[in-house]
Design a protein around this ligand. Structure first.
Ligand code: CP
Ligand code: NVA
Length: 315
């Protein structure tokens, strides 16, 4: 079903395929917790290309590969010639002759698309300026663990409504039947075209995407409050402007109370800038599930590698 495919954006995957990856990740987590050593990736060589820094994504791919008998190889931006002395196309063809799969984290979505087209092996997007699809799988797995279901839940995203996380979560929520609410200043709203494209991914048109700059209204009835850094990697020069715009959209104790839901959970892809997008109180509070999300990066990334490199693993 998924063998041989790349994982570049959730747009390319059906609701059933996303559910399959979540089920597989849950199985693989159980297997690891029971102490069973895996061999699903034995003899698989995995290239890890990083143009931008990473803690979770790098460690998740490395540990996931080793857990199942694979060999990960870190290729930092200063280690290889990607798009510099050697074209992305040529690099892709060389790596594809040696490796079974390639992870790319970097700036341009086009780069990850070229890598996939030319390498002839599965390529996984570990974050670009446009999308961060592996993060969304970990987020959904965490919601399943804490809330029990995805369908019909109200997912509120506070912050930059146009960044890679907001875009990826909007696609994911539409595909999995969650209502998705962006609470952001007008300057950082997603475009109407983008909202329409994502709305079309909803199988059940009862589920909606909403965008508002009204914090109280946006948060009402939330099951999940999610936020991300105000400046994504590569946008550091925008810090002053973003703080000015987004200060009223910080997730704090008042935001939690505004949901009116005592069981609301707080999520963040991390790394977090505490006292900017979220207060330390909420980050450390009982609603916060951020470290479960971080752990689940590993289980979901393992599921993606296993699903795209091996035969169907679920009955
Ligand atoms: N959430 C996430 O992608 O973290 P890293 O930047 O540490 O990989
Ligand atoms: N939007 C953030 C996500 C980090 C995981 C960034 O791109 O830096």
């Amino acid at each position: 079903m998924l063998k041989g495919r790349s994982f570049l954006t959730l747009k390319d995957f059906t609701t059933e395929e996303i559910q399959y990856l979540l089920d597989l990740a849950i199985d693989l987590k159980k297997k690891k917790k029971s102490g069973l050593k895996g061999n699903l990736l034995t003899a698989k060589n995995i290239a890890l290309i990083f143009e931008k820094p990473s803690t979770r994504t790098r460690c998740a791919f490395t540990v996931a590969a080793v857990d199942e008998g694979g060999h990960p190889e870190y290729l930092g931006v200063n280690d290889i010639q990607l798009g510099n002395k050697e074209s992305i196309e040529d690099t892709a063809r060389v790596l594809g002759r040696m490796f079974d799969g390639i992870l790319f984290r970097g700036f341009s979505q086009k780069t990850v698309e070229i890598l996939s087209e030319y390498s002839q092996v599965p390529v996984w997007n570990g974050l670009t300026d446009d999308y961060h699809p592996t993060q969304v799988l970990a987020d959904f797995m965490t919601i399943l663990e804490h809330i029990g279901e995805l369908q019909g839940k109200r997912f509120v995203y506070m912050g930059d409504g146009r960044n890679n996380m907001a875009r990826s979560l909007m696609i994911g929520c539409a595909k999995m039947g969650l209502d998705f609410v962006v609470v952001a200043p007008k300057e950082l709203w997603p475009s109407q075209d983008w909202i329409q494209e994502c709305q079309a991914y909803h199988q059940n048109q009862a589920n909606q995407i909403f965008v508002t700059d009204q914090v109280q209204e946006g948060l009402k009835g939330a099951d999940i409050i999610y936020t991300d850094v105000w400046c994504s990697m590569g946008e550091e020069d925008k810090a002053a402007e973003r703080i000015e715009l987004l200060r009223p959209y910080q997730v704090n104790q008042m935001s939690i109370e505004a949901t009116g839901n005592p069981d609301v959970i707080f999520m963040h892809c991390l790394p977090a800038v505490k006292e900017n997008e979220v207060t330390t109180e909420v980050f450390e509070g009982s609603q916060s599930v951020v470290f479960d999300q971080a752990e689940n990066r590993m289980h979901t990334i393992k599921a993606i590698m296993v699903a795209t490199l091996c035969e169907n693993q679920l009955i």
